[in-house]
Design a protein around this ligand. Structure first.
Ligand code: AHR
Length: 852
């Protein structure tokens, strides 16, 4: 397959000597000892995970351009009812709640129309619409749209597509629809693509349409202009009634020109990562809002108009047009192994949590086995024959199956054991993946399982978490199982996914690579977001109807995947931070609460043994900016009385560098206890010490990057005992140059350090013999680094340097500037066994040194 590499890398064929920085403040040395080897790096380390979330598939990867093509999207999901604007699953016991408790989870039902995404051009009496289930096209699409035309051609039916339809001049779009008519209607029907201002971009007239039974019509449309936000319009040229169903508009050009295929630009992002595997279809999507709504592979194969839809837990319908067959075919097209996640008869525990009882689990298992047979069975088998009839006699590359998503605990483990035996006895070659809940590999779950091939850890972490926890994987007790980090992302404190996220993700990948004896597979999540329907804060690839861009993390992952070493080389790194340090936490101070009523008094700031500020709420309360909350100043104290998040008061027009903050605090009521902001820049940027977080049980340093985006930036520590209500405590915060200590009643409670910012990992590519050195410099300084290669026979003077760099941590790619921050490839020369490099601020660098 030909991949447009230029889209993903900028090449600079400029020969540069190795740079030697004399003035660099930040210095490091790296020594690689080639006589020793570390862990073998798994060839399957980098995969992808696709889920139907944020319209990633429907209105995204799946190239269909008509939204609600089957007129089924106003129908409630099976087993639910509508109560006060919410869909409520039928009441049955939750899998993980004691005593057969029923979850009270409900989901807002956002649809206001009976025919979502469709409308009339004019709001008049000339045409009337109704949804009907009379005389259905087939079982999968029981509803159709009844269109009664009172005044021919004076009005029209419009489909908005998925927040617009992308029409490209000269390209071909294949239209098809089913229609039946009453005796009066005889045509014509005009189908067109139109701009917002009514300009016709393409049109086709079906002259005679008169049939009492369903009949399919099709044509192709070639727009004369490009419009990223066009609409699809049908107008009717005679009086009478027509019934319309399954209206589909598909670009002729799809990824690898597959019929019913994928949107090329989006599929190409995946293909260009050369993923070892594709995990599909979820995520929570697999679990469903209730078992009755979990995805069913069987309804996602065969003719598209006969596929029943699935309601995504993310709040919209998925047509299953991108179904099991298309997924397996896509894996084959991009030479990736398939990793299919199936539902185990248990729905999402954060939603209804309802389940198929243990004595019915056999039917779920046999359904899963049938699905595996569809992918792998010979053409003589029942489902292998169906696969062949669907155009694919050869088995698909299904290599992994995952037993549910994010399930955990002994009850799940018992069910997992049954599935494991049933699947392994029929398909011993398959690798089975055990889910481990929403976070780390869970010992409680693992130890209740009889046999585990691979355990799936999920890791959504805040900015710099990976820098503070480089030993996360080192600490795992190794066992007879491998780890798959099935979902990872730095997704808080990083805006919508900026350079800080990419730097943190890169360090996280380094940890996985270094521990590849344990971590053999990984995939970032979520993969896609349609910017018009964002269900999750940070996503890898963003798009609208006509544009797309990958976040900087995508390019970081691509650099690591393209330059995966076969084996690690142990190395030593010494980092010498800059000699002169600027204070890092300058700013004002504040007082805050979260769902708690608290009284603060006697605030003092001491610098160089001098008190530079003392509170006086009687006479100078006005120097405090009271932002959010019910603040009340008395003679000596300031009390916050309202419930709610992020209640904040801060000292206006002041800024301090290094200092000691002393105060008294008393918890009056509520859930937590004390929040003391420092380095306050305004009401929405601050660091803070939270004492009595997590329902008054822990303490943690947090960062607030906008008023409500709070990230725990250190690990939470358990308090010896909860903060007592009504008792005054002494709090001292020592704000140093790059360290903050927090004391409670004179006792050190917690310390905040700047996370380390310089990381490296080295390995060898067994095929090319290259030494691959990967370096992350997340600091604001150039890092001048001496690189020494011990026990290396030959080293070529020329090397390849790939750099992904941004001016600061907040930098992001965007729809307007999709390729602003992408890797730059340079040839560099002057390499020897001891060379100096300047690693740029906020950069991820890979140096490939050639030994042959
Ligand atoms: O990736 C988004 C969601 O995060 C997934 O659906 C779920 O598995 C996880 O909790």
């Amino acid at each position: 397959m030909l991949i447009d590499m230029k889209r993903y890398y900028t090449f600079l064929f400029v020969c540069m000597g190795c740079t030697v920085a004399v003035n660099g403040q930040y210095k490091a040395s790296i020594t690689i000892d080639a006589s020793k080897t570390g862990a073998t790096v798994s060839p399957a380390l980098h995969g992808v995970f696709f889920e139907e979330i944020s319209h990633g598939g429907e209105g995204g990867l799946y190239a269909e351009l008509i939204q609600n093509r089957g007129f089924e999207e106003s129908v409630l999901p099976h087993g639910t009812s509508l109560v006060d604007g919410f869909i409520v699953p039928d009441k049955s016991p939750h899998y993980n709640l004691p005593n057969n408790q029923v979850s009270d989870w409900k989901l807002e039902w956002p649809l206001k129309s009976k025919w979502p995404a469709w409308r009339l051009l004019k709001d008049d009496e000339s045409v009337a619409l109704a949804l009907t289930d009379e005389h259905p096209l087939n079982k999968a699409t029981p509803h159709s749209l009844q269109v009664t035309i009172n005044q021919p051609s004076s009005n029209a039916l419009v489909n908005e597509g998925f927040w617009g339809i992308n029409t490209v001049k000269g390209e071909t779009y294949n239209l098809s629809f089913y229609i039946r008519t009453d005796k009066q209607f005889h045509g014509p029907v005009v189908a067109s693509l139109q701009s917002d201002n009514g300009t016709i971009l393409a049109s086709h007239t079906f002259t005679t349409i008169a049939n009492s039974e369903w009949k399919k019509y099709s044509c192709s449309l070639q727009p004369t202009q490009t419009d990223g936000k066009a609409k699809f319009v049908l107008s009717f040229g005679s009086k009478g009634t027509v019934w319309l169903d399954f209206v589909s508009l598909f670009p002729a050009k799809t990824f690898m020109n597959r019929k019913n295929g994928l949107r090329s630009d989006l599929a190409q992002y995946i293909a260009s990562l050369h993923p070892a595997f594709v995990r599909w279809p979820g995520g929570c999507f697999v679990e469903g809002i209730s078992v009755a709504n979990s995805p069913d592979w069987q309804t996602s194969i065969g003719p598209v108009e006969q596929r029943a839809a699935t309601y995504s837990p993310w709040g919209y319908w998925s047509s299953n047009g991108f179904g099991y067959h298309e997924y397996l075919e896509f894996c084959e097209d991009i030479r990736a192994d398939a990793l299919y996640v199936f539902n185990i008869g248990v729905s999402c525990e954060y939603r209804s949590g309802n389940y198929v009882p243990d004595d019915h689990v056999d039917s779920v298992i046999s359904h899963v086995l049938d699905g595996i047979e569809y992918a792998l069975g010979p053409v003589t088998s029942k489902w292998g024959r169906v696969r062949a009839a669907n155009g694919h006699p050869k088995p698909f590359p299904l290599k992994y199956v995952e037993v549910g998503n994010e399930q955990h605990g002994p009850r799940y483990a018992a069910r997992y054991n049954i599935f494991y035996n049933a699947i392994k006895s029929k398909y011993p070659q398959l690798k089975l993946i055990a889910s481990m809940g929403i976070g780390d590999v869970n010992r409680h779950t693992l130890d209740s399982m009889k046999k585990v091939d691979i355990a799936d850890e999920h890791a959504y972490k805040p900015a710099f978490w990976a820098m503070r926890n480089t030993d996360h994987f080192d600490k795992y007790k190794r066992g007879n199982w491998d780890m798959y980090v099935g979902e990872y992302a730095t997704n808080s404190g990083v805006g919508a996914g900026n350079m800080t996220a990419a730097l943190t993700d890169a360090v996280y990948i380094m940890s996985m690579e270094r521990n590849s004896d344990l971590v053999t597979m990984s995939s970032y999540a979520p993969l896609f977001v349609n910017v018009n329907d964002v269900d999750w804060p940070v996503n890898l690839i963003n798009f609208n109807a006509s544009q797309s861009f990958a976040r900087i993390s995508y390019y970081a992952i691509k650099m690591f995947a393209d330059n995966r070493a076969s084996v690690n080389w142990p190395m030593t790194i010494t980092v010498m931070p800059p000699a002169i340090k600027k204070p890092l936490y300058s700013g004002s101070i504040g007082l805050a609460t979260w769902d708690t009523q608290t009284e603060y008094a006697d605030i003092q700031i001491i610098q160089n043994n001098k008190t530079v500020y003392t509170s006086d709420f009687k006479n100078r309360a006005g120097e405090w900016q009271l932002t959010r909350g019910g603040w009340k100043a008395t003679d000596s104290s300031l009390t916050q009385t309202a419930m709610g998040e992020q209640r904040l008061a801060w000292l206006k027009d002041r800024s301090f560098d290094t200092y000691t903050l002393k105060l008294k605090a008393r918890r009056l009521s509520g859930y937590n206890a004390f929040i003391i902001p420092f380095a306050v820049k305004n009401d929405s940027v601050q660091l803070r010490a939270h004492i009595g977080s997590w329902l008054n049980s822990h303490c943690v340093f947090e960062s607030v990057t906008n008023a409500f985006d709070v990230t725990g930036i250190t690990n939470q520590f358990k308090l010896e005992k909860p903060i007592e209500t009504g008792r005054w405590y002494d709090i001292t915060i020592e704000v140093g140059v790059d360290q903050v200590d927090c004391y409670l009643d004179g006792k050190l409670l917690m310390t905040y350090h700047e996370p380390p910012k310089f990381f490296a990992i080295a390995g060898k590519d067994a095929i090319t013999g290259d030494i691959i050195l990967k370096v992350v410099n997340a600091s604001a300084e150039v890092c001048t680094t001496n690189i020494t290669l011990d026990n290396v026979q030959t080293i070529q003077p020329e090397a390849t340097l790939i750099t992904l760099q941004a001016p600061d941590g907040n930098a992001e790619n965007s729809l307007e500037h999709p390729l602003q921050y992408i890797p730059v490839v340079q040839k560099i020369s002057g390499i020897s066994r001891a060379s100096d490099f300047n690693f740029q601020p906020y950069s991820i660098s890979i140096i490939r040194m050639h030994t042959l």
